[in-house]
Design a protein around this ligand. Structure first.
Ligand code: ADP
Ligand code: MG
Length: 367
């Protein structure tokens, strides 16, 4: 790699959502935080005429031309990189051909947003290399555009905003209607608490189709209620919806928005974070019964974590697998993890992977 002054090392983290599931495409509220697991990008000017990207987690490098690359040009994993280059250029910022190496310890497909970590790490690298100040929200929008329009995944903007705005010891309270961000203190250690992230390693099934179906249900509910988005609906109106499935979908979104705001108020007011436990539990019940996005691996993890002493537990992420989070007393963390492992063994399932969820810094430059 060239030793140009534009070379450097940048990173962006994966994220966990504390609460606020399937609210982002309903103009609602989410409350994620950045994880200590990260995608790291080493980048500099290209040695050859074209850009070349390599991932430590993939076999072969991929080449494309940064000056002209368009959606459809680059398939597979490199689309997340090339798409960010494309969106950065489309936003009017200068790009030159680059050599880029990617290495990430964010697990892929676990619901921790390894994709946004890659996009945002590439985004901060592009901004750093060209010396322009795009700002965290600007880069998050570029990264989201890469995912939506280049990769072709119709996701909301939470993942990229969390990867860009995260801060150690803080939650990212995001209003997805206007992308305003407020940091909310979440210092669990000071209260003798831990937040466990439990990767259920459930086989993901039908997640894409189900996601689209949930979005369509939410749009139908909003249209039936005559509101621009479910964020604008209240529970009494939702209860008047006559289609049972549409009513339950809308009820999840409306009550989930209320739970996000309740968690924020509690934490902001300096309440004991244990008080958010019942809201985490209620969020899970709502996802299980009203939104119907949980699967047995996830429900068993939540139930066994609670039986093992967790103060509150819920699935996090889009559903149909992925991770569960469990809030627990620091002294009980091993027992909670052990209870989930034992329940999984009882079902003959692969053991879950459990690690601490520690709110960490968002994207930036390492060297
Ligand atoms: P997630 O929930 O982890 O974001 P996605 O399906 O949205 O799952 O994104 C995962 C995809 O992102 C991978 O299939 C791969 O294409 C890309 N990706 C993530 N991390 C890496 C990496 N370290 N190297 C190459 N590609 C990666
Ligand atoms: Mg993703």
């Amino acid at each position: 790699m060239s030793e140009s002054s534009a070379s450097g090392v940048w990173f962006a983290p994966g994220r966990v959502n504390l609460i606020g599931e399937h609210t982002d495409y309903n103009d609602g509220f989410v409350l994620p935080f950045a994880l200590p697991r990260r995608a790291v990008v080493t980048a500099g000017p290209a040695a050859g005429p074209r850009s070349r990207v390599r991932s430590a987690q993939q076999d072969a490098p991929v080449e494309f031309t940064a000056a002209t690359v368009r959606p459809g040009d680059v398939p597979g994993w490199a689309a997340y990189v090339a798409g960010t280059v494309w969106a950065f250029r489309e936003a009017g910022y200068p790009v030159s051909e680059l050599d880029l190496e990617l290495d990430s310890d964010v697990p892929v497909g676990a619901g921790l947003s390894s994709s946004a970590a890659v996009e945002c790490a590439v985004g901060v690298a592009l901004a750093g290399m060209s010396g322009v100040d795009v700002g965290p929200t600007g880069l998050a929008r570029i990264a989201r555009r890469a995912e939506n329009e280049f990769v072709g995944a119709p996701t909301g903007g939470m993942d990229q905003m969390a990867a860009m705005h995260g801060r150690a010891g803080q939650l990212v309270f995001l209003d997805t209607r206007d992308d305003t961000v407020e940091l909310v203190p979440f210092d669990l250690a000071a209260h003798g608490l831990d937040l466990l992230v439990i990767d259920t390693r459930a086989p993901h099934s039908h997640a894409d189709g189900e996601y689209g179906a949930r979005r369509a249900d939410c749009e139908r509910a909003a249209a039936a209620l005559g509101v621009p988005a479910l964020r604008d609906a209240g529970l009494p109106e939702v209860e008047t919806l006559t289609d049972d499935r549409i009513r339950r979908r809308a009820r999840h979104v409306v009550t989930e928005n209320d739970r996000v705001r309740a968690v924020v108020e509690l934490l902001r007011s300096g309440a004991d974070p244990r008080e958010i436990g019942p809201l985490l539990d209620a969020s899970h019940v709502s996802m299980r019964d009203d939104f119907e996005i949980t699967v047995p691996h996830v429900d068993v993890a939540v139930e066994s974590a609670r039986a093992g002493g967790a103060v509150g537990a819920r699935m996090t992420g889009g559903g149909f697998g992925g991770c569960v989070i469990a809030l627990c007393e620091t002294g009980a963390a091993a027992a909670v993890a052990g209870a989930v492992e034992k329940a999984y063994a009882g079902h003959g399932w692969e053991p879950p992977v459990v690690f601490p969820g520690i709110p960490s810094d968002g994207a930036g430059r390492l060297t």
